[in-house]
Design a protein around this ligand. Structure first.
Ligand code: IPM
Ligand code: MG
Length: 356
């Protein structure tokens, strides 16, 4: 098969980790007889430096014309003084919105070889961690109106949070269908004791659930959910939640597995084109030092193979190569443990390629 992949290397460690993921994709192409063509799409701080805006039209067009998009990370302190409307993150939000990517999937799975890195009590970790956060990605407060004005002699800021039923329904369907292929349990997370958007969320998810009688539906307030994720993460299979809650809970979920550097994510809308990225940020403090862990990005590339290109065997090959590298003791700094072989970003990528 021939596929065109738009590549957003981004800022900080972005270029290093994306380069390793592309190397792994090339190894997959060679082994399985595919041809992947990469198209650079500058976005984030580097695009602000080169073009004055975080997402130039040409980059958006490259992404919209591609079969899928691979992203490293964007942002960094260098661009903190940019006005809100021109921050690197705005590029990412515009890209998500323009591509219609309403479903963000973030798996929280503990790798058995990394259980020592799990910050939870051993008896809790022993129950296992394997759940998925399904986050609504282009609605809610992220996409409502934002304003700051002078009112009664002081500054007043407002962010509007709103949801329409169809925005809730479509992501709920994805969550239920995912649960059907897993342990058949959806936990819908909201703040229905306070927010109208959450009351609508709960009613709509409950409606959608009627179409999936084989899946158990539970509702949980977001404050309780954040506590339950550290108290007993083994209770979760699929969590579905709105944009801001999903942003927060998915960081928490990733950290209880041991390392945020290991977790990939997919963002999809209608159709097969998606945006695939690690869930961590651009880590400017270690950028350019060959210290970053490329595994989150490499596993994001595996998700791309599986979900956008329907290449299950190829995705398995990448995921098995990652498991094998961990079994063989290779560790980047963020997951280093005693007895491990400390490697940099490039060497980790090379070891994974060897095992494809
Ligand atoms: C994420 C990030 C983004 C978000 C930022 C960079 C805008 O935290 O993908 O989780 O809040 O969605
Ligand atoms: Mg986040």
């Amino acid at each position: 098969m021939e596929k065109t992949i738009a590549v957003i290397k981004g800022d900080g460690i972005g270029p290093e980790i994306v380069t390793e993921a592309m190397g792994v994709l090339d190894a997959v192409a060679a082994k399985f007889g595919h041809a992947f063509t990469y198209k650079d799409a500058p976005m984030g701080g580097c695009a602000i430096d080169a073009f004055g805006v975080p997402l130039p039209d040409s980059s958006l067009e490259t992404c919209l014309a591609a079969d899928s998009v691979l992203l490293g990370a964007v942002g960094g302190p260098k661009w903190d003084s940019q006005p809100a409307s021109n921050r690197p993150e705005r590029g990412l939000l515009k890209l998500r919105g323009s591509m219609g990517l309403y479903t963000n999937v973030r798996p929280a799975r503990m790798f058995s070889d990394l259980s020592a890195a799990c910050p939870l009590r051993p008896d809790i970790a022993a129950r296992g961690i394997d759940f998925v956060v399904v986050r609504e990605l282009i609605g809610g407060v992220y996409f409502g109106d934002h304003s700051t004005a002078q009112v009664d002699g002081e500054q007043k800021a407002t962010d509007i949070m709103s949801y329409a039923e169809h925005e809730i329904r479509r992501v709920a369907h994805v969550a239920f269908q995912m649960a059907q292929k897993r342990r058949k349990r959806v936990t819908s997370v909201d703040k229905a004791n306070v927010l109208d958007t959450s009351r609508l969320w709960r009613r709509t998810v409950t409606e959608v659930a009627k179409e999936y009688p084989d899946v158990e539906l539970l509702h949980m307030y977001v404050d309780n959910a954040s506590m339950q994720i550290v108290r007993d993460p083994s209770q979760f299979d699929v969590i579905v939640t709105e944009n801001l809650f999903g942003d927060i809970l998915s960081d928490e979920a990733s950290q209880v597995t041991g390392s945020i550097g290991m977790i990939p994510s997919s963002s999809m809308g209608e159709g097969t084109r998606g945006l695939y990225e690690p869930i961590h940020g651009s880590a400017p403090d270690i950028a350019g030092q060959d210290k970053a862990n490329p595994i989150g990005t490499i596993l994001a590339a595996a998700m791309m193979l599986r979900y956008s290109f329907n290449m299950a065997a190829e995705a398995d090959a990448v995921e098995n190569a990652v498991d094998q590298v961990l079994k063989d003791g290779f560790r980047c700094g963020d997951i280093m443990q005693s007895g491990g072989k400390l490697v940099g970003c490039r060497e980790m990528g090379a070891e994974i390629r060897k095992r494809i």
